[in-house]
Design a protein around this ligand. Structure first.
Ligand SMILES: NC(=O)c1ccc[n+]([C@@H]2O[C@H](COP(=O)([O-])OP(=O)(O)OC[C@H]3O[C@@H](n4cnc5c(N)ncnc54)[C@H](O)[C@@H]3O)[C@@H](O)[C@H]2O)c1
Length: 355
């Protein structure tokens, strides 16, 4: 007799309690009936009890299982330790926890030391530890061969000489050329370039389906205050005046809402499997002064701007050309800056108990 019982798929999300990771955990839980294992050392990420809307159901040793359907499994661990176990023993989840995972379906690798501009410029060797996380990760997927893999690179991988005040271009995917390298943004950009290179090799030599993305400035309602968007929104909520900005405030970024980022990932993973990296942005340059003006408009006041010239600012302008994605994937962002930032503003007011 044929066995018609379909095995439940299991997805893996590293860095699942960080900004992008927790949004992906929530989305996968909402749109699938699959099991989701997510791992985070909580060095930056926040515990799932603070952002999941389903309750803790039970524990299996050090794994916390959430939801009545017990599909959400959280393991607090350094992802490298988990990879060490998996690299020594492919069925580690089965032998240690009794969780029947033969092959992971989709694997999203969001565990990384990121930390924003203060950390990228202030502690570059700590950020370089991403090389060790990624090296272990690519080694594991080259052996395990999950069904599909998402590797987040970054817009920081682009050569910095194309993002200066006198030379700003709308960055195209082809502006990273492994045969003719430019210098990326600090160790953070280098680790991402290395990751993209490893992704291409893992796809070509080991037959793993990999998609790479280069998100520009992702933002959203639940991003923490160490990032500029919610930090600026919060200061506007409290009507800061004069309004402080890092640097002159004329430096610009390409802000893209997290819901758009996740939509684009879904489309890209269906179509790209050879490690090709794509931009995810709006293709619109918005300066920090523009951003402040928008939040102050929501708050109903018009303060003078006070530049803080001793603060780190990164490249002058960073924004992308979304033509390749539009033409090849048929995808375009849907959430305008005004709509997305209004959502952030309202979320900050709620978080501050002002609604
Ligand atoms: N948010 C963006 O706009 C953006 C833009 C470009 C690229 N990215 C990339 O997307 C990924 C996720 O970014 P994010 O914004 O969610 O960052 P984040 O800092 O919010 O999330 C990273 C998570 O990884 C966890 N972590 C770090 N080291 C770990 C380890 N060794 N083991 C287990 N967990 C560990 C942290 O606790 C954190 O929760 C990163 O690779 C980042 O470079 C994000």
């Amino acid at each position: 007799m044929r066995n018609n019982i379909k095995m439940q798929k299991t997805h893996l999300i590293s860095g699942g309690c960080g900004f992008v990771g927790r949004n992906m955990v929530k989305r996968l839980y909402a749109i699938t009936t699959d099991r989701i294992i997510f791992i985070d050392d909580l060095s930056v990420g926040t515990h799932p009890s603070t952002w999941l809307t389903v309750p803790l159901s039970k524990k299996n040793q050090d794994i916390e299982i959430y939801g009545d359907d017990e599909r959400l499994l959280f393991l607090k661990a350094d992802f490298r330790d988990v990879l060490h176990h998996l690299n020594r023993e492919e069925n580690w989840f089965k032998t240690k926890y009794g969780i029947p995972v033969d092959k992971f379906a989709d694997v999203f690798h969001f565990a990384a030391i990121v930390g924003g501009r203060a950390k990228i410029d202030g502690d570059p060797i700590m950020v370089a530890l991403d090389l060790s996380i990624d090296a272990e990760f690519f080694f594991w997927i080259s052996r395990h061969k999950p069904a599909r893999v998402l590797y987040p690179s970054s817009s920081a991988a682009y050569p910095v000489n194309k993002q200066t005040e006198s030379n700003t271009i709308q960055l195209k995917e082809t502006d990273i050329d492994f045969n003719n390298m430019g210098q990326p943004d600090m160790t953070y950009g280098w680790t991402k370039l290395t990751g993209e290179f490893l992704a291409k090799i893992t796809a070509a030599h080991y037959g793993v389906k990999i998609t790479c993305i280069r998100p520009f400035s992702g933002y959203g309602e639940d991003q923490d205050y160490s990032y500029p968007t919610p930090a600026i929104a919060r200061r506007a909520v409290y009507k800061e005046s004069p309004f402080e900005v890092w640097g002159s405030g004329h430096q610009g970024r390409d802000f893209v809402h997290i819901d758009d980022v996740l939509d684009c990932i879904e489309v890209a993973m269906n179509k790209i499997h050879d490690g090709t990296a794509i931009n995810i942005g709006q293709g619109i340059l918005t300066s920090f002064r523009d951003l402040i003006e928008l939040f102050c408009e929501f708050a109903g006041y018009n303060p003078p701007i006070k530049p803080l010239l001793d603060k780190p600012v990164g490249v002058h302008n960073r924004y992308c050309d979304m033509t390749w994605v539009k033409e090849n994937l048929g995808w375009e962002p849907k959430i305008s800056i005004k709509e997305g930032m209004k959502r952030v503003y309202e979320a900050v007011k709620e978080k501050e108990g002002l609604k």
